[in-house]
Design a protein around this ligand. Structure first.
Ligand SMILES: [Zn+2]
Length: 295
């Protein structure tokens, strides 16, 4: 499932290609996505010119000139946005199976929405803010700091792993990046969220931002379905330290094999040596995080 770095990669690529482009035509072959694409969707959007492509949590928010309408796209489990290169000499490629929506712009550029499992969605809203009531801060924003994280974890009796997957605590994180950030911050995934100490809040915030920045720079992680807008895979899966690495030697301590446990029905990967439960906080142990902070 795409997490924040994958959605952010798609957003940036959409912005690069589509800003200033005017929608000429929209063809829909399947309206039954996670929510129904509303009737009149095509008519509402035709002839509008794209003025912004933003993101909140895992939603891509496309704005237009001279209207407050926002196109809200969610990739769900297997959704992809494909931006085939326009060519004056060739017709656009044939519609592929599972390409449910095709936008054609005045320039001939297309945007195709492909989603075999149809958990994605494409809707129009006047006030997308209402979608995000109760959603936690953006992890890459300045707003997300140790104080905010400490407040969000106050009295939380769940594991820190579960707490970070809770979108009310912080937006857009999923299993991959939570495992990687906890490893970098040297926090055992089964520690209770409420028991973290202030230095751990700081370490975790630095680790989350660092892991996300590196993943975005690599174009996200491709495990199964995710592809970039040119159909290429992301590359961050080659840089995982713990996620999906069970049995491999920990690349940080070289002392221990990465282990996998189940938490709330999902796999958690961690290193027992780097992420000690019994002797959790040791300022020397989080040197990797402090190095990132200094750089
Ligand atoms: Zn280790």
């Amino acid at each position: 499932m795409p997490e924040l770095p994958e959605v952010e990669t798609i957003r940036r690529e959409m912005k690069n290609v589509l800003l200033g482009q005017t929608i000429r035509k929209i063809e829909i072959s399947e309206r039954r996505l996670r929510t129904l694409i509303p009737l009149g969707f095509e008519q509402d959007l035709e002839n509008l010119t794209i003025s912004s492509v933003g993101r909140r949590a895992k939603y891509i928010l496309t704005g237009f000139e001279k209207t407050s309408l926002t196109l809200v796209i969610h990739l769900g489990m297997s959704g992809r946005v494909f931006l085939p290169l326009p060519s004056s000499h060739h017709h656009p490629p044939e519609r592929q199976k599972h390409e449910h929506v095709i936008f054609t712009f005045d320039s001939g550029q297309q945007m195709r929405f492909f989603d075999p499992r149809r958990f994605g969605s494409m809707t129009l809203g006047l006030t997308p803010e209402s979608l995000f009531q109760g959603v936690g801060p953006e992890p890459l924003s300045e707003e997300f700091d140790a104080t905010i994280l400490k407040a969000a974890l106050f009295n939380k009796k769940t594991s820190i792993k579960a707490a970070l997957l809770d979108q009310r605590v912080v937006a857009g994180l999923g299993n991959i990046y939570v495992c990687e950030a906890l490893h970098m911050a040297r926090i055992h995934p089964e520690r209770l969220a409420k028991d973290l100490v202030p230095d751990e809040h700081s370490a975790l915030v630095i680790a989350i931002k660092d892991v996300l920045h590196k993943a975005i720079a690599a174009g996200g992680s491709t495990l199964r379905d995710y592809k970039r807008t040119d159909c290429e895979a992301g590359a961050f899966q080659h840089h995982f330290k713990v996620y999906n690495q069970r049995g491999k030697n920990c690349p940080s301590c070289h002392e221990n094999a990465i282990e996998r446990i189940r938490q709330s029905g999902r796999s958690t990967y961690f290193c027992k040596s780097c992420q000690s439960y019994d002797n959790p906080f040791d300022s020397k142990m989080i040197s990797e995080v402090w190095q990132v902070k200094k750089s």
